[in-house]
Ligand binder design. Structure first.
Ligand code: AMP
Length: 214
């Protein structure tokens, strides 16, 4: 049966890493609003130009832009058939309410909302050492790859980058934004919520999610 799952959590809590693994294992649609915005900014599309200053400063992009983006993506994907992981959306109550309408229009019921629970200290440590492939978005940490800039996932050379919004100051600000604007969703989704300890190893988390959510 297809699963329709939201991943909720601060930057660096492992949402993207798990989504990439589970999407391949389970043939799900992975919809990351952060990845879509970065692509739009790279393409200098209308959305990208409007979003740039918000992303650069670690603030949230206005709800109307994000809701339109997700609506377009959900309608043009095979989400109903394959199931989905929404990674980084919704991040505000207004986005959650808009999502309810979209899902109801598509006759989809949420399967679960997973909260990736991680302290500020761990968040900063992970993000400052994070490197991301600019081609396939695969995520690495310098603790395991050292100085390498090649992506072993897609084979691209010199493609691993340190995102400009992944500095310590910006991560601390993004954590505050998460606490003030996204944490209220924990209560909104209390009937669907599955909380996991995001400080565990990626493999343990995949095992836990496979056993209890997917
Ligand atoms: P992420 O890759 O999920 O950490 O997102 C990077 C940045 O994109 C965030 O700091 C926000 O500026 C923006 N962003 C991503 N998703 C959303 C969203 N659902 N609502 C508003 N802004 C978002």
């Amino acid at each position: 049966m297809s699963k329709y799952v939201i991943f909720l959590g601060a930057a660096g809590s492992g949402k993207g890493t798990q989504a990439q693994v589970l999407k391949t294992q389970l043939d799900l649609i992975h919809l990351s609003t952060g990845d879509l915005l970065r692509q739009a900014m790279k393409d200098k599309s209308d959305l990208g130009l409007k979003a740039q200053s918000f992303v650069d400063s670690g603030n949230l992009v206005p709800d109307d832009l994000i809701i339109e983006l997700v609506k377009t993506q959900l309608l043009s994907s095979n989400a109903l058939e394959h199931g989905f992981i929404l990674d980084g959306f919704p991040r505000t109550l207004a986005q959650a309410e808009a999502l309810d309408v979209m899902l109801s229009d598509l006759s989809i019921s949420l399967s679960a909302v997973v909260l990736f629970d991680l302290t500020l200290e761990d968040t900063v440590d992970r993000i400052v050492g994070r490197r991301v492939c600019s081609h396939c978005q695969f995520v690495y940490h310098i603790n395991s790859i050292g100085d390498s800039t090649d992506c072993s996932n897609c084979g691209s050379k010199d493609s691993l980058v340190h995102r400009p919004d992944d500095t310590k100051e910006k991560v601390m600000h993004r954590y505050d934004v998460f606490k003030s604007q996204t944490e209220p969703l924990i209560n909104y989704y209390k009937h669907h919520l599955y909380t996991l300890d995001a400080a565990q190893s990626p493999n343990s988390i995949t095992t836990e999610l496979s056993a209890n959510v997917f």
